[in-house]
Write a protein that binds this ligand. Sequence first.
Ligand code: ADP
Ligand code: MG
Length: 495
Amino acid sequence: MRDGLAQAAAGIAAMTAPNAWEPVIGLEIHVQLATRSKIFSGAGAVFGAEPNSQACPVDIGLPGTLPVLNRETVRMAVTFGLAIGAEINRFSVFDRKNYFYPDLPKGYQISQFEQPIVGRGIIEVPLDGGGSIAVGITRAHLEEDAGKSIHDLFPGETGIDLNRAGTPLLEVVSDPDLRTPEQAAAFFRRLHSLARYLGICDGDLSQGSMRCDANVSVRPAGERKLGERTEIKNLNSFRFLEKAVRHEIHRQIDLLEGGGTVVRETRLYDPDRDETRPMRSKEFSDDYRYFPDPDLLPLEFGDEFIESVRAAMPELPDARHRRFREQLGLGEYDAAWLTGDPDIADYFEEAADACEDAKLAANWITGNLAGNLNRDGLAIGDSPVSSADLGKLIARIKDGTLSGKTAKTLFDALWAGDERGVDEIIEARGLRQISDHRELQTAVEEIVAAHPAQAEQFRTGKQKVLGFFVGQVMKATRGKADPKQVNELILKALR
Ligand code: ADP
Ligand code: MG
């Protein structure tokens, strides 16, 4: 009996153990700014060019060269700051962050340390299950990226590609306000969406356009003091961020419950094994010997510049979401889904304009279109069905030319690359719905006459056979009849 109780107690303890620890997460996200040239030189900043073809003497810091700040990066940083209601610092300073690495031939990275361009702000992050959390933004600063070390091209050797050296980055640092892996991923997603809306980043995660470092610690529930943290470097997908953070939380809890201590270090996430591994012990800011870069003047601008940036701000996700709800009458789910990505929102608005039915356009986009894009791994910009064609298709449902079924056939034809116009395909493929009353009437009468047994069942009260008859008629008309009309005609014929 006592054993049983002890066992039960141990079971309960084990079940509640994860709740005894509170995870704390803060993210540092590097947003690659979508400028045409580098932050301090005129070299191109396009991804995927021939190695070392886009690194000029300034990017690699050859003696005698001087950096010149790219004005566009300042405009983008201020755009971001305004979008999150942050303090915009009219005076900020570029510093040298000194360290040695083969892909940093200058021996220092130009960054901002004590006086960043964007100060405190807040990002409201919508959560999957509804609701939202407010996440504090500590700061956002401008800096240059380093080059790339290529370890997998030449066996036994490392290649250096300096194309990325000098690419402009906005590093956004969050407060340690996140509490779960899901919240961390939702924050990253929100920042991604915001950057895309603002047009400051192309958002292509697979090319490293946004990279996230996750700082993770745990503390006993109810404790105010933060626990020691580790930092997981270079996560470039929402899913990897979520998995890496989840893994790291469990690793730290296991470690602490086993009597160990967490040490401050930088770790790498290995998605193949779903684990994090130590990379190096954490350096502290002292190690970098930050000092103001003597080659660059402090960055100063006035209210006029800020106001000119504000005047050019695009509509933001929240405003668009509100407009979709209030003016277009969309439900919460549709509005949230459609405004997550500005390209999808644009596509939706074009299709809805073309068919003058926002609700139907939303249904087709969140349903068939999203399904196909997902299946074929395409972005909305690559959709074989244009927004104009989808709008036209929906208009043809509304005017009775297409049934739900033939509309789907038409959609599939467009998706498969049929380049004729919507109306042409409808005629060529015989997709026009049979709305001729007499033609349908004859089809119904023939079917009822051909199935006397089922007709008798209906008359003796078996309502379910109605579905059988509708199916038969739809089959006979190859899906081209209006199901509502068919229903009515069958009921009449059976009675
Ligand atoms: P560093 O100088 O090492 O970059 P910062 O103090 O600037 O450290 O913090 C970097 C990031 O780490 C921020 O996103 C911050 O929210 C987060 N962070 C700081 N302390 C903790 C902690 N104990 N647990 C989790 N995240 C933390
Ligand atoms: Mg840091």
